[in-house]
Every structure is written in structure tokens, then in C-alpha cells.
Design a binder for this molecule. Structure first.
Ligand code: ADP
Length: 452
């Protein structure tokens, strides 16, 4: 098989499977119903055959003593005919001058004449000569309407077991056939309804298969998007590092003297490259987290050093906005938590950085609390705060609160999503309390490591 056709088979396997189901399931239902109906009809026919033979045996016993008395025989036949509506005809035949003649009959017109039907004659001869009873199913279409009946032919014996005559009984299947026709049509209705339901289910199944294919395609596209972001971010890192490097060299005066105006432009260029760098780093973190490629170097540490380090890095920004940063480390002996110090730094950088970004006046207070076996880190600001609705969506990927106070603040909406993912991966929890125009408080909860 060439690649093209094997690809076609692979892509359309679901479709082929569905078409096979579409043919097999209704086919199996129809086939099963047909076989069941055929079998029940055969069973019924066999049952009736037995009944006919039984009726004939009873008749045989009943008339054994009247075989020489034509009138008594005729009366007996008429009595049976009147009692049993299923018996359509009874003929008692005898050989006279090598001819089979009707001795007594339910049909008075046949009295004294020979049998007209060749088949009936043959059956009668067979019964006489071989002394066997035969039961034959006959279908008669002569009246234009199909009629089926049983013909039972058997020899008749007198009380001394001497073969005296032949009896031919015809039993009608009219009632049974009408009943079978009725049950056949109700079976057909049920069959049609079942097939319709199955077809509807299969159509639904087709849809489901389509959705499944669409879902797979979506996953593929999503994967392609992740790969694209990951590759593009990696590719952006190298030229950005080069730009930052050259700008730093200019700032250090390695490219000669730079006048004041040009320096202002270069400062702006540097700030924008840093923003771009930040965005690329966040995108890379997102793709690493989503693909489970993020590494953690976990160790038991006292977090105070990390907090102080981040505060000292962010102090310049806070000073620019005239915001005070207060820090209250926990009392000695200080508890230890099990974290990756760099990732803890990244979490704190983002939360304290946001507190500075979204606070116009006042300051930021960082404090701790030991509660049962947990160490809590509170980062409280006197910033713009947020309403309950925004607070619920705060940790969603790319979610940024849109209002006139946040419009001028640059950001991606990725920081808090990354922060929460990192916290969860280090067994920590993060919560937020906030009130619009009053301020916000972010709480990090880390399990304390028990010293042995
Ligand atoms: P961004 O890059 O936009 O800062 P984040 O995911 O870090 O993305 O934050 C999402 C949004 O949450 C921000 O756009 C901001 O509207 C809001 N936010 C975060 N921290 C604070 C805070 N301390 N005070 C008020 N709003 C905040």
C-alpha cells in the first residue's frame, strides 16, 4: 500500500468504521427479525400438522364402528364439521371396482364420485397401499387469494383392525395465517421504528466522530501554537541580548561620547527592550509550565534572604514613585520552607512588582505569620485595589483589569498565572484580598519544614 492510500485509510478509519456500523447494525436487526419470524411460522406450521394428525386419529377412533353404515358415517362427519371450524372438509373414500369413490363427505356434491385432484388421489393410494398416514401442507391460489391448508390422509380401520377405507381431512390455516399476518405487520412496525432509532443514533455517532476529529485538530493546533511561541521566544532572546549588550556598552561610554538628547532616546530604547525581554521570559515560562518542562531545585531555606534580595532589587522602582517598602521578618528562630529559591524570588518579584505598579501613593508592607504548620507571607499595598469580579478572574492567563487606572500600566496579564502555577508546583497556596481604592493583600502559604 502506498503512503497516500495508507494515509487516507488512517484519516478515514473513523468514517469507514461508522459506515460499517451503519450497514451492519440495521442489517443485523432486519436479518434477526426475518429469521425469528420464519422460525416461528415453521414452528406454528409443525404444531398445526400435529394437530391435524391428532384430529384425524380421533376421527379414526370415532368412526371405527360406523364404517359399514354410510348414513351414520355421514352424520358423524357433519357433527365434527359443526364443532370444529378449522376442519374445512372431510372425505371418507373406499375402493369400488378399482376406483376410489367418496363414501361420505362434508361436501355432499362429492358423494359417490372419485377424487378429482391427481395429488389427492396419489396420497389416498399411498395411504391405502402402504397403510401410512400423510400430512401435506397445500397452498391454493385458485380463488385469487392465497389459502393454505393441511391435508391429512390415512387408512381407516374397523373395530377388528381391518383396513376398511381412507379418510381425507382438510384443515384450514386461515385463522393462523391471519394471526401471523397481523403479528408480521406489528413486527414490521417495531422493526421500522428500531431501524429509524438506530439510524438516528448512528447519525449522532457521526456527529460525535466529527467533534472528536475537530477536538484532535484543536489539540494539534494548540500544540502548534505552543511550539510556535516557544520557538519564537527562544529566537527573540538572542537578538535582544545583543541589543541590550550594545546599549550597555554605549551607556558605559565605550562607543564614544553621547549627548544628553541621544541618551534620553537610548534610555527609552533600553526600557522598551527590557519590557520585550520580560514578555519573552513570561512567554517562555508559560510554555515550559504547560509542557511540564519547568525544573525546580528544591531546598529547605529561610525565605527572609530571598524577600530582602527582591526588595532591594525593586527599591529603585518604589523610590521613583515615592512609595515606602516596609518589611517585618519573622521572629527567631525562623522557620524554613522547602522551595526553589529562584522560583520563590520570581513569585515575590511579580507580587511586589505588581504592588509597586498598581499603587500610586502610600507603600507596600511585607510581613509574616506562622499558623499551625504553615508560614504565611503577606504583601499588602495601599494601591488601586480591585472589585470582587476582577478578583475572581485575576489568575487567568492573559487577564488584565481594564479601567482608566490600569490603562497606562504596561503588562501582559501572564504574571499572576505563572505565579500561581509556580506556587502550586512548590506545594504553596496563593490568596488575594482587595478593595477598590483601598488596596490589596496577596497571601502566600508555604508548609514549614520540621527540623529533626
Ligand atoms: P500584568 O502583567 O498585567 O501585571 P498580572 O498577571 O501580574 O499581569 O496581573 C493581572 C492583573 O491583575 C493586572 O493587570 C492588574 O490589573 C491586576 N493586579 C495585579 N496585582 C495588583 C495589585 N497589587 N493591585 C491592583 N491590581 C493588581
Amino acid at each position: 500500500m502506498d503512503n497516500k492510500s495508507s494515509g487516507f485509510l488512517k484519516n478515514n478509519l473513523q468514517l469507514i468504521y461508522s459506515i460499517v456500523l451503519l450497514i451492519i447494525i440495521p442489517g443485523a436487526i432486519v436479518g434477526n427479525s426475518y429469521l425469528a419470524l420464519r422460525e416461528s411460522r415453521q414452528l406454528l406450521d409443525r404444531e398445526l400438522q400435529q394437530k391435524a394428525v391428532f384430529a384425524e386419529t380421533i376421527f379414526n377412533v370415532a368412526v371405527a364402528d360406523f364404517l359399514d353404515d354410510k348414513t351414520a358415517l355421514q352424520t358423524k362427519i357433519e357433527t365434527i364439521m359443526a364443532k370444529d371450524s378449522e376442519v374445512k372438509e372431510i372425505n371418507v373414500l373406499k375402493f369400488q371396482n378399482d376406483q376410489l369413490k367418496v363414501l361420505a363427505s362434508s361436501n355432499k356434491e362429492s358423494l359417490g364420485v372419485t377424487l378429482s385432484s391427481q395429488v389427492e388421489k396419489l396420497n389416498a393410494m399411498n395411504a391405502w397401499i402402504n397403510e401410512v398416514a400423510t400430512a401435506t401442507l397445500v397452498a391454493d391460489n385458485s380463488t385469487g387469494k392465497l389459502q393454505r391448508y393441511w391435508v391429512v390422509v390415512s387408512p381407516l380401520y374397523d373395530g377388528l383392525s381391518e383396513k376398511k377405507a381412507i379418510v381425507e381431512m382438510k384443515g384450514s390455516l386461515e385463522e393462523i395465517d391471519a394471526l401471523a399476518k397481523k403479528s408480521l405487520s406489528s413486527s414490521m412496525i417495531i422493526l421500522i421504528i428500531t431501524v429509524i432509532i438506530v439510524l438516528a443514533l448512528l447519525v449522532y455517532h457521526f456527529r460525535f466522530v466529527e467533534y472528536a476529529a475537530l477536538y484532535r485538530r484543536l489539540l494539534e493546533v494548540d500544540q502548534m501554537k505552543d511550539d510556535f511561541i516557544s520557538i519564537a521566544s527562544h529566537e527573540l532572546k538572542t537578538p535582544m541580548a545583543a541589543i541590550k549588550g550594545y546599549l550597555s556598552m554605549i551607556f558605559e561610554g565605550l562607543g564614544g561620547k553621547v549627548d544628553q538628547k541621544a541618551r534620553g532616546h537610548l534610555d527609552k530604547a533600553f526600557a522598551n527592550v527590557k519590557r520585550l525581554d520580560n514578555l519573552v521570559n513570561e512567554l517562555l515560562d508559560v510554555s515550559r509550565i504547560e509542557q511540564g518542562r519547568i525544573q525546580f531545585e528544591m531546598q529547605a531555606i529561610d525565605p527572609v534572604k530571598v524577600v530582602e534580595q527582591i526588595i532591594s532589587e525593586l527599591k529603585v522602582k518604589a523610590d521613583e514613585k515615592k512609595l515606602k517598602i516596609e518589611y517585618h521578618p519573622p521572629a527567631e528562630p525562623r522557620p524554613k520552607i522547602f522551595v526553589d529559591p529562584d522560583r520563590l524570588g520570581q513569585i515575590l518579584d511579580n507580587i511586589i512588582g505588581n504592588a509597586i505598579k498598581y499603587t500610586l501613593k502610600g507603600g507596600i508592607t511585607i510581613s509574616h505569620q506562622i499558623e499551625s504548620s504553615n508560614l504565611k507571607i503577606f504583601i499588602r499595598d495601599t494601591g488601586i485595589g480591585m472589585n470582587a469580579l476582577d478578583r475572581q478572574r485575576l489568575f487567568e492567563k492573559f487577564y488584565r483589569i481594564q479601567n482608566e487606572k490600569t490603562a497606562a500600566v504596561p503588562g501582559t496579564g501572564l504574571g499572576l498565572w505563572i505565579t500561581r502555577e509556580l506556587a502550586h508546583k512548590m506545594n504553596a497556596e496563593i490568596f488575594v484580598d482587595s478593595m477598590e481604592n483601598v488596596g490589596s493583600q496577596f497571601t502566600l502559604v508555604f508548609p514549614i519544614i520540621k527540623e529533626k
